[in-house]
Design a protein around this ligand. Structure first.
Ligand code: NAP
Length: 495
């Protein structure tokens, strides 16, 4: 059934007066999921005015009260897991099973975690002797803009809004126009939980809407998730207004399997690291470096596991590989597969569009594994954001570290070995914001998450996120009489 959806300003969905609309498609079926109202320039101004009013109330509300509202929102969100997961699966094409297990619970985790931290925010007191001291105040920034990508729409909205709100800010959130639906549900949930009107507004539209938010003088901070190119533009635009940015961008992450690794575990994990959400994951471990002595055994295991993954209707609980987000993105992924072949990579499995039965209407690609890859091949260098694993071999540790680090990206990395000291030594040398040891992909909300190099700036999650949404004011207090050196003539008689 086609839904009508809008944007969400000051505690309600936009009025159904005639407006420009766009459609949100289910990429697995090409059917319209919803027609969505696009914001106008005036609507953005309304969102900002509403957010200003929301800030006046929210920033002054006692922390314990804020925490209670956010806790209620987390409970309501969990209670609506089935409905939200299905909506997310229809909007993104990802398997429902994943949305149930990952997207919705991790979104709720973020609200719960930051709700708990709300009451812990404090400054410090520092004595400077007996007559002077200073203290610091951790103050909210004001109105923050959150701009999201399409791969984890609800999770991204929560990872951004929860710390922002916990610190007393308000947020205007713009989801990707490809996946506009669950952000509106989140706004409704916040309102139902008791969030004052204007504290979380959602605007809908394309990149120009995002740019307007970034350039709006009343918006104090931007937290952006998306591609490196757009992230750079966001940083340039934000710089003109001296506003801080958090950038969560792309990656091309190395997963390293040393010669003493437990091969079954490494193979299981490499498959998960590459094919979760059809490879549309920023931390995808798409450069798999395997010690040359293990290559054949590793490839046999990976091939067997990959060919068991069910490509199918995202709403079917057995499906493990859903639809890519759009026909355009599918063509990009297929073009990288073609380039890999032309460059001499050996196709182990997959490598084609899946068009069986009803899948022909969607954007399905078989999970694909290439071996005999080299560092210069296009599918090894560039972020594809699709189900394509490139396997490379290495002989010694120094070599693999150099090659793993020889990328403009630095989002994630991983090492598989039974020698835990060795693993820590490697983790210390990998140029990545997140390093996993004998694991891949876990992003618990307590753990700071952010990229090095072109992969980003700043952090989401963990205590680090609170620093992204507050500013520190130092207050110096004189209890005695200030010593004024400019007036100091050596005599105290005239004071
Ligand atoms: P994108 O094209 O950069 O778009 C991201 C968001 O920015 C969308 O909402 C987009 O709006 C908006 N936008 C476009 N131009 C803008 C501008 N000039 N100013 C402000 N906003 C603008 O990225 P995407 O294709 O949606 O997402 C895929 C990328 O996200 C991949 O590179 C992936 O690695 C990265 N990602 C990173 C993380 C992380 O945590 N590091 C997580 C998820 C995804 P419209 O789409 O509506 O035009």
């Amino acid at each position: 059934m086609i839904q009508h959806s809008g944007f969400y300003i000051h505690g309600k969905v936009c009025e159904p007066r005639p407006r420009k609309t766009f459609t949100s498609l289910n990429p697995a079926t090409s059917e319209t999921v919803a027609t969505v109202c696009q914001v106008s320039v005036e609507d953005i101004e309304d969102a900002v005015s509403s957010s200003r009013a929301g800030f006046a109330e929210w920033s002054e509300m006692p922390a314990a009260e804020k925490a209670r509202i956010m806790q209620r929102a987390a409970v309501l969100l969990r209670a609506r897991t089935d409905e939200l997961a299905e909506l997310e699966a229809r909007d993104t094409g990802k398997p429902l099973q994943e949305a149930l297990q990952i997207d919705i619970p991790t979104a709720a985790d973020a609200i719960e975690y930051f709700a708990g931290l709300t009451t812990t925010l404090h400054g410090l007191h520092h004595d400077l002797g007996t007559e002077q001291f200073f203290y610091t105040r951790r103050e909210p920034l004001g109105i923050c803009a959150g701009i999201g990508a399409w791969n984890y729409p609800l999770q991204i909205a929560c990872w951004k809004s929860a710390p922002a709100l916990a610190c007393g800010n308000t947020m205007i959130f713009k989801p990707s126009e490809l996946t506009p639906l669950t952000a509106i549900r989140l706004a409704e949930i916040y309102t139902e939980a008791g969030l004052p009107d204007g504290v979380f507004n959602v605007v809908q539209g394309d990149g120009m809407v995002g740019q307007r938010l970034v350039r709006h003088p009343a918006i104090s901070k931007v937290s952006f998730t998306g591609s490196v190119t757009t992230g750079q533009q966001v940083m340039i635009d934000a710089a003109s207004y001296h506003k801080p940015v958090t950038l969560e961008l792309g990656g091309k992450s190395p997963l390293i399997i040393l010669d003493d690794a437990e091969l079954d575990v490494a193979a299981d994990t490499a498959v998960q690291a590459n094919f979760l959400t059809q490879g549309e994951v920023c931390t995808q471990g798409s450069r798999v470096f395997v010690h040359h002595s293990l290559q054949d055994d590793f490839l046999r295991r990976v091939k067997m596991r990959t060919e068991k993954l069910v490509v199918g209707n995202p709403l079917d609980r057995k499906t493990r590989i859903g639809s890519l987000i759009s026909e355009r993105h599918l063509q990009k992924v297929l073009s990288y597969i073609q380039q890999a072949r032309s460059a001499g990579a050996k196709l182990i499995t997959g490598g084609h569009r899946v068009t069986d039965g009803l899948l022909a209407k969607g954007c399905f690609v078989a999970p694909t594994v290439f071996a005999d890859c080299t560092d210069e091949m296009p599918q090894v260098k560039d972020e594809i954001f699709g189900p394509v694993m490139s396997v490379l071999t290495f002989t010694d540790e120094k070599e693999v570290l150099n090659r793993a680090n020889a990328s403009e990206y630095g989002l994630a990395a991983g090492v598989f070995t039974r020698d835990i000291s060795h693993a820590h030594r490697m983790a210390s040398q990998l140029q990545a914001g997140v390093c996993w040891i004998n694991s891949w992909g876990a992003t618990p909300v307590e753990m700071p998450f952010g990229g090095f190099k072109a992969s980003g700036l700043g952090y989401e999650n963990g205590l680090e996120a609170l620093r992204q949404y507050t500013k520190v004011k130092s207050v110096y207090v004189e209890l005695g009489r200030q010593k004024l050196s400019i007036l100091d003539n050596g005599s105290t008689a005239d004071r």
